[in-house]
Design a protein around this ligand. Sequence first.
Ligand SMILES: Cc1cc2nc3c(=O)[nH]c(=O)nc-3n(C[C@H](O)[C@H](O)[C@H](O)COP(=O)(O)O)c2cc1C
Length: 335
Amino acid sequence: MELVLFLRIMNKVKIGNVEINYPLILAPMAGITNLSYRKMMKELGCPLTVSEMVSDFALHYGNKETIKMIDTSEIDHPLSIQLFGGSKESLLNGAKVLFKLGGFDILDINLGCPVNKVVKEKAGSSWLKEERKEELYEAIKSLVDISPVPVTCKIRLGWDENSINVVSTCKTLEKAGVKMIAIHARTRSMMYSGDPKYEYIKLAKEAVKIPIFANGDINSIEKVKEILEYTKCDGVMIGRGALGNPILIKQIVEMFSCLPISKDSTLSQRVDFMIIHFNYLMELKGEFKAISEMRGLSTHYLKGFNGMKKFKLKLISMKSKEEFYQIAMEIKNYN
Ligand SMILES: Cc1cc2nc3c(=O)[nH]c(=O)nc-3n(C[C@H](O)[C@H](O)[C@H](O)COP(=O)(O)O)c2cc1C
């Protein structure tokens, strides 16, 4: 392993008073990073996971489904809960509900979600608009002032390519008392495609003292090394790269621990992960919801293998856990 990388990983990353053993975070993903998925990732050694984004408004009004979204368990720590909202007042209201419920170690604020429904409410990446800088500072500072846990933020490079302001956003957030920033190396207008512009993460890292985590298309061990070396940032945040391919998280942890690296999963091992995920999902949400969610999630586990179309078709129309296990066995026996 290269010396620079080795020296960096010898130091644990501190996010306020929360110390993580390796510079790796599982990215928040709505509809995915609930307790079931986080539990599987923790068992593979992931040092820190982030919940799905939860709405400040829904928390304030006691929405039961939203409160269920912050279900956690012993293995799930340290845990970061991600909150989204469009104004200082509503974020504070939502955060107060979270603090009362407790059971998490970090509060993360979503300043990067690009979807219309969210930015229309002035939440997510709407906060990155230059004209909202002061409002952003006030909102985050107020959250930091009342938070019993470290506050972190997840951002993008800016609203669009003509308004990339990631360096000044990071400075503003650092001044407001944020303890770590994860940067998705795209603008809001890029949504989820187009080449990530990691050069801006490098600039942001040079501009602030708090830990910076790089995010966006980091989907292999080689990419982890390349991004850490190039940007000099403190760690990486991984989302889609491990979706359907959880072994990537284990491989990255092994790389950081200087251990022999596990082989890529075979199709049969991918199916084993899918079954674990499904079982945890059933524990969390019951059979009906687990089946309904696994119809969509299962395709990720079969990605990249030939001859899967017929199984995908069966999985998207399955109706019971027995049917799920039957299809899973058929895939495992397929060659
Ligand atoms: C299905 C899906 C749901 C997501 N939900 C969230 C979310 O709730 N909060 C958030 O900050 N980012 C969310 N993201 C963005 C990811 O956290 C991450 O920034 C993005 O996917 C880029 O990283 P990746 O290439 O490693 O996936 C989501 C992404 C996907 C694909």
